[in-house]
Design a protein around this ligand. Structure first.
Ligand code: SF4
Length: 503
């Protein structure tokens, strides 16, 4: 006789987190790169919460995630599950499990969709059960609503000021990160960029922490869209970069990072620290901005209405409203880029990514990066944004597996596209590095050929190029922007600028 009843099957429901507990309870969160996570701490504090980012995920977290949750889940879920579990275990050893359940709550993003992203919290729940910590509280934030109300118990309001603050924290740190990756490979004094970035991110953290009151839903939205507050914060952050000296005539292949959201955003064990490995191998990395994901979410929502224009009431109006939202996002992002002399890359146009991917991948397929993975690879190649694409594909990720299959057709049409699809399991770095290195060798050779072609085009020797560079000291400053003169590489564009030519 089976004595399991339907009541045994129930969704996780956290104990309430009450307003009176707010002062003594720390909200845990994580999953982005450290700059964004630090700025988000400021946003939480500004909204009256105690908050703490989880430490960067490690190999031990991967192993703990495998031990505690579903072994077949994708590797980002395994890393984040193990990351939370190990933190809770360490804290339990320090203050006891009852105190951990009382003093911390975990806030995580979620969605319902075609992939594991809709089930992260279930993995966390399984891990908590396996740890015997079922009383620990965990709350979910959706990614498609500006005002999600209070969590169970009212201790946390997932409202417009909190969510918009989080969005602007991410935009500000996106542009800093993009700038950083264009400067560090060329810095004359090793470590100068990292020190400046640490100080700049603290400026953003303090600005987020001190955000003035902006009113509620629409008032807060209007304030964020019109204020010069974040531009001023980035101006303060910019001061830290002014003294950095660079040598931009170092020939380096440009490597665009694409792939699954978590793997392309994180820096460290989840992706074998591929960003820094590539830099150490002599590349300039073009990182993936989180803002591109925001833009994609807006485009994806707009497509639903676009397909219903003339059928569903107000579909056209809603479609146009979302197009406007995308334009406003771009405008805000461009204003922030402007504070760093437009050196951070602009956002790619979503309609262009969609058009490029269309022959290979249906735009309506959700899950992971959808059609963006193919769109971004073709865009970076055809628009001469990078010598090579490094695509980070998680082990056991369904959407990425589909994209890679479709990419085979795209590569058939564009055989000169240097594409390194890397399956990331978290414990196979030799395989990943070896595969990446093969394509990187070819990318280095292209960067060198391009540099030589730029010298030939401008009738300069290398010595002459360096002499002219000495005569233009502004070009040795981190905050000087190399104009795009038809080359992909920074050094080749620098030579073309010095010689007044174009490729
Ligand atoms: S996109 Fe892939 S790796 Fe990311 S959550 Fe979904 S299934 Fe997992």
């Amino acid at each position: 006789m089976n004595d399991i009843t339907p009541e045994d099957y129930h969704a996780y429901k956290p104990r309430p987190f009450t307003a009176t507990e707010r002062q003594d309870t720390t909200i845990l969160f994580g999953g982005l790169h450290w700059r964004a996570d630090r700025a988000l701490e400021g946003v939480f504090e500004n909204c009256g919460y105690r908050a703490r980012r989880l430490p960067a995920a490690t190999r031990e977290d991967l192993l703990k995630g495998r031990e505690l949750a579903d072994i077949g889940q994708c590797c980002p879920t395994t890393f984040t599950t193990g990351n939370l579990a190990n933190f809770l275990l360490q804290e339990s050893a320090r203050i006891g499990p009852e105190a951990v359940a009382r003093d911390y709550v975990y806030l995580t993003a979620g969605a319902c969709g075609a992939c594991r992203f809709g089930q992260y919290h279930q993995s966390y729940e399984l891990a908590l059960r396996n740890l015997g910590m079922e009383t620990f509280r965990m709350f979910l934030v959706g990614q498609d609503d500006l005002d999600q109300g209070a969590v169970q118990g009212g201790g946390l309001e997932v409202d417009t000021p909190l969510l918009l603050g989080a969005a602007w924290a991410i935009l500000c740190t996106d542009v800093i990160r993009d700038f950083e990756y264009q400067v560090r490979p060329y810095e004359v004094e090793p470590g100068a960029t990292d020190r400046a970035v640490a100080a700049a991110v603290e400026e953003i953290y303090e600005a987020m922490q001190a955000r003035p009151p902006q009113g509620w839903k629409w008032g807060s939205l209007a304030w964020h869209l019109t204020t010069g507050y974040f531009v001023r914060a980035l101006h303060r952050a910019r001061r830290h970069f002014e003294a950095i000296e660079v040598d931009r005539l170092r020939v380096k292949p440009k490597v665009k990072i694409t792939g699954e959201f978590y793997l392309q955003t994180a820096e460290g064990a989840p992706n074998h620290d591929i960003h820094h490995w590539l830099e150490a191998e002599g590349a300039e990395v073009y990182p993936a901005a989180v803002a591109v994901w925001f833009d994609y979410l807006i485009r994806f929502a707009g497509q639903e209405f676009e397909d219903r224009c003339g059928i569903a009431p107000y579909a056209r109006l809603k479609f146009e409203a979302l197009k406007l939202a995308s334009r406003l996002l771009r405008r805000c992002y461009d204003q922030l880029r402007g504070t760093l002399k437009d050196i951070p890359h602009p956002l790619p146009y979503q309609h262009e990514l969609r058009r490029l991917a269309a022959p290979y991948y249906d735009r309506r397929l959700s899950g992971g990066e959808g059609d963006m993975l193919i769109g971004k690879a073709l865009w970076a190649h055809l628009r001469r944004k990078a010598h090579m694409i490094c695509e980070l594909s998680p082990y056991a990720c369904m959407p990425n597996t589909m994209s890679i299959g479709a990419m085979a057709a795209a590569l058939g049409k564009h055989p000169d596209l240097l594409y390194a699809p890397l399956e990331i399991k978290g414990d196979s770095e030799i395989h990943v590095f070896s595969r990446c290195q093969m394509i990187l060798t070819e990318a280095k050779s292209r960067a060198q050929q391009e540099f030589d072609a730029a010298l030939a085009k401008t009738d300069m020797t290398r010595g002459e190029a360096w002499r002219r560079l000495d005569a233009r000291p502004e070009m040795k400053r981190a905050l000087w922007r190399v104009p795009h003169r038809g080359a992909v590489g920074t050094a080749a564009n620098g030579v073309l600028e010095l010689g007044g030519g174009r490729l």
